[in-house]
Design a protein around this ligand. Structure first.
Ligand SMILES: NC(=O)C1=CN([C@@H]2O[C@H](COP(=O)(O)OP(=O)(O)OC[C@H]3O[C@@H](n4cnc5c(N)ncnc54)[C@H](OP(=O)(O)O)[C@@H]3O)[C@@H](O)[C@H]2O)C=CC1
Ligand SMILES: N[C@@H](CC=O)C(=O)O
Ligand code: NA
Length: 428
């Protein structure tokens, strides 16, 4: 059978893994799809750059048109990242009737609907398994494995870089900046690592997962985002002492036809399976009305895990080619999106207050919670040898986001409170 010709856009961390898997697993791949898979052309930015694998120099190009307009190329694998010129290259490839596999969550979260529409119009596949949770087959799981269920909640640790940083801070007391540098050296971080640490990368992934899970187009603008850069060692220490782990959690919830999607540092009870997801590992917890609780775990970034998902998508394209069903996936986002308002979003909260140590303080504080209808699970006042004042740690029962905001706003002007030191969502 005629070899399948692949054009690669990018030969960085993921692209290198893709070439290694195509070459190293060729026999198995061929047995599954019925023909050899060959890399025909590879786009890079700088051909003089030293590469970590042996690749014939004549396969490399700095001219994207040699990939997207080559009539011999059947599938374009996009692992270069970014929005432009990447988006235009993908649209051009689809226009040429080429199928596309991409690892690009930035692009799929922002322009997924346009790209998928173009693919349908040209009877082409666009697969993007590697874009969320690197090596975990979560996109295929939501699209196919849970097609019969109605998903109510998706909670994910979907950014390897931040999970790596938080784990090292929690387990080794490591300094934030040092661990970030390590994550960059290991190829986990994005070219602009602020998108990892400020939660944007996770937000893009949650937009993709929520779109697939709830069948409504969730855009990046619908995700409320907070990153990890303001988490202190002290916060992590408090979390541990109270029986929680600090995680950057993406949480997408649906109640009837209303949804909410957030990414924020969250204190996760140590008994919850997400609390023990450490290092660069990712996990996605999915709760379905019929199936109940499920969780998917694996490496969320890195050369070979991410390339595994990319090449699996490539195999899916070729299998579709064999049976002539490319571009026939149908619409996944068939529902109208309705977002919850702040008073419809409920969760437990952790609050750490620095207060004046005098009579009546606790009563004043609990009065504010009562005023806004927030019920408390526990209130602990503890001396701090480094602090002449007192620290009060509060865990609330589930309360609406709107009420909690009012409580915190009120605290700012309450004379007995010196500082709201931290406030986090609590799960589990
Ligand atoms: N790294 C990871 O663990 C994961 C990454 N992803 C996604 O995969 C994609 C690739 O990531 P990664 O491999 O880490 O990125 P790298 O930065 O390591 O590699 C990017 C590659 O694309 C090439 N490239 C970038 N821009 C251009 C351009 N304008 N023209 C030509 N070539 C270009 C670069 O060329 P040159 O080598 O010459 O500089 C390089 O080979 C991104 O979308 C990322 O978000 C998804 C999951 C995990
Ligand atoms: N920078 C990302 C890479 C994978 O998507 C991460 O750290 O998870
Ligand atoms: Na995946």
């Amino acid at each position: 059978m005629k070899p399948i010709q692949v054009g690669l856009l990018g030969l960085g961390t993921v692209g290198t893994g893709v070439v290694r898997i195509i070459e190293g697993h060729q026999e198995d791949l061929m047995s599954q799809v019925g023909s050899p898979i060959q890399v025909r052309k590879v786009l890079v930015k700088d051909m003089r750059k030293q590469r970590h694998l042996n690749i014939q120099p004549e396969l490399m190009t700095e001219d994207a048109s040699e990939v997207v307009f080559d009539p011999e190329i059947d599938v374009v694998v996009e692992v270069m990242g970014g929005i432009e010129p990447t988006k235009q290259l993908i649209l051009d490839a689809l226009e040429q009737g080429k199928h596309v596999v991409t690892a690009n969550k930035d692009l799929m979260a922002l322009h997924g609907p346009e790209i998928l529409e173009k693919a349908r119009a040209n009877n082409c596949d666009v697969f993007y398994e590697a874009s969320v949770a690197g090596g975990i087959p979560i996109i295929r799981t939501l699209m196919e494995g849970f097609s019969s269920d109605r998903i109510k909640k998706i909670m994910g640790i979907v950014n390897g870089t931040t999970n790596y940083i938080l784990t090292k801070m929690s387990q080794e007391g490591a300094a934030y900046q040092d661990v970030l540098k390590e994550a960059q050296a290991l190829g986990y971080a994005e070219s602009d690592p602020t998108s990892d640490v400020e939660g944007l990368d996770a937000a893009r992934k949650m937009a993709i997962l929520a779109t697939l899970g709830f069948h409504a187009t969730v855009g990046l603008e619908d995700v409320v985002v907070k990153g990890i850069s303001s988490i202190s060692k002290e916060d992590i220490g408090y979390a541990k002492r109270l029986g929680y782990e600090m995680k950057l959690l993406g949480i997408a919830e649906r109640q009837d036809d209303q949804i909410s999607v957030v990414v924020q540092p969250t204190m996760v009870k140590t008994s919850h399976p997400l609390a023990s997801v450490n290092g660069v590992f990712n996990a996605v917890y999915v709760y379905g009305e019929a199936v109940g609780e499920t969780m998917f775990y694996g490496p969320g970034a890195g050369e070979m895990p991410t390339a595994t998902s990319v090449v699996a998508d490539l195999v899916a394209v070729v299998k579709n080619l064999r049976i002539g069903v490319n571009g026939k996936q149908g619409h996944h986002a068939y529902r109208t999106k309705k977002l919850k308002t702040d008073d419809q979003i409920h969760y437990k909260n952790f609050i750490l207050l620095d207060v004046h140590d005098r009579a009546g303080v606790l009563a004043r504080i609990t009065q504010v919670f009562a005023e806004f209808g927030v019920s408390l699970e526990s209130v602990v006042q503890q001396p701090n040898p480094n602090n002449p004042d007192a620290e009060i740690i509060i865990i609330t029962h589930e309360a609406s986001q709107a009420s909690m905001r009012k409580v915190l706003d009120h605290f700012v002007s309450l004379d007995v409170i010196k500082e709201i030191k931290s406030a986090y969502r609590v799960e589990g």
